[in-house]
Ligand binder design. Sequence first.
Ligand code: NAP
Length: 348
Amino acid sequence: VIYMRKKGDVYGAHRVIEPVGYLPQQAIKLDNSLPIYSNEILIDVEYLLITSTAFRRIKEQCHSDISKMKHEFTRIVDEKGKFQDPVTGSGGMLTGTIREIGVSIQNKVNVKKGDKIATLVSLSLTPLKIKEIQEINLNTGHLKIEGYALLFEKGLCVKLPNDLPENLAVALMDIAGAPAMTAKTVVMGQNVIVFGAGKAGLLCLYEAMKRVGPTGKVICVEYDSNKVELVKTLNLAHQVIQIDATKPLEVLERVKEALGGDLADVSINCVNVPDTEMATIISTKDSGIIYFFSMSTTFSKAALGAEGAGKSVKMLIGNGYTEGHAELAFQIMRENEKLKEAFKKYFV
Ligand SMILES: NC(=O)c1ccc[n+]([C@@H]2O[C@H](COP(=O)([O-])OP(=O)(O)OC[C@H]3O[C@@H](n4cnc5c(N)ncnc54)[C@H](OP(=O)(O)O)[C@@H]3O)[C@@H](O)[C@H]2O)c1
């Protein structure tokens, strides 16, 4: 019989040592001790997938010296009880195997003991204990470790699929919120524009093409010629506009040309550079919806820009999570072999 502690807070506040009353993401130090509380999940960690901002910083600080990097990662986790880069505040995610599920949530979660999973919540709020760092991959930012992590009742994880390579599944989970929101937003007959045909953009295009049906139109705005060719080869848009999305008036002209004078019902922004808010806003109908998935989006630029242009568009902030998002991204790969191969080639 495994001893468990009583039920903890749904969001993990019971694990916060400092400052008390805060939630784990904001906390300076978390309690990573065992046994688990009755509403927690215990994971034997295999890989820490460190977010590129944090990994790059630590790699530079340690001049790519593996032993110094091992020491620095271990020091941070020992000090904080979680991995959160003290400079950038960012974390990452992890993969591992479920060792134990607390008694009070056993019927509420869709994973079981022994499942291989990846977490969908940031390492910056996940209690973690590193026993040993076995390997560090300088290119991918993946750390193979021996250790454990804890997930709270609201802590999301997804079972890794058996039929897709693990690194592909993990890359998909990063951007899975975008195609899932596309699927939930786009309906038949609409004009849709996807800005940026990278990882997120390609999957959004695929979902948009599927949802608009034969009467809708999907436009891709992308400036890189290789990506433009890729979208055309994969038939992921009715038209691809090769243009710099930071130039709103030029974009508007090309969009109108492509849509016969019309604008978009739904615009999805997946670029990775700043200053593309206005091109997105003025290319969208007054009654339209804009989904800003890009982390380069500035809230004030979007809000004030829409006001200045007299646009009453509905603007959605790109939430990384929406229910069923990882499963949908996995399913897209199963449905489209060519897209899967392209994804593996360019992004994994
Ligand atoms: N909201 C969330 O929860 C969440 C989660 C994950 C990621 N994100 C964000 O989503 C965005 C997209 O992520 P991703 O992984 O799909 O990135 P990605 O693979 O780098 O794709 C971005 C695409 O935009 C293109 N692009 C860059 N500048 C452009 C411009 N001026 N005009 C037109 N196209 C341009 C890029 O071309 P090049 O390749 O030539 O640069 C690339 O094809 C990022 O900002 C990322 O941080 C958000």
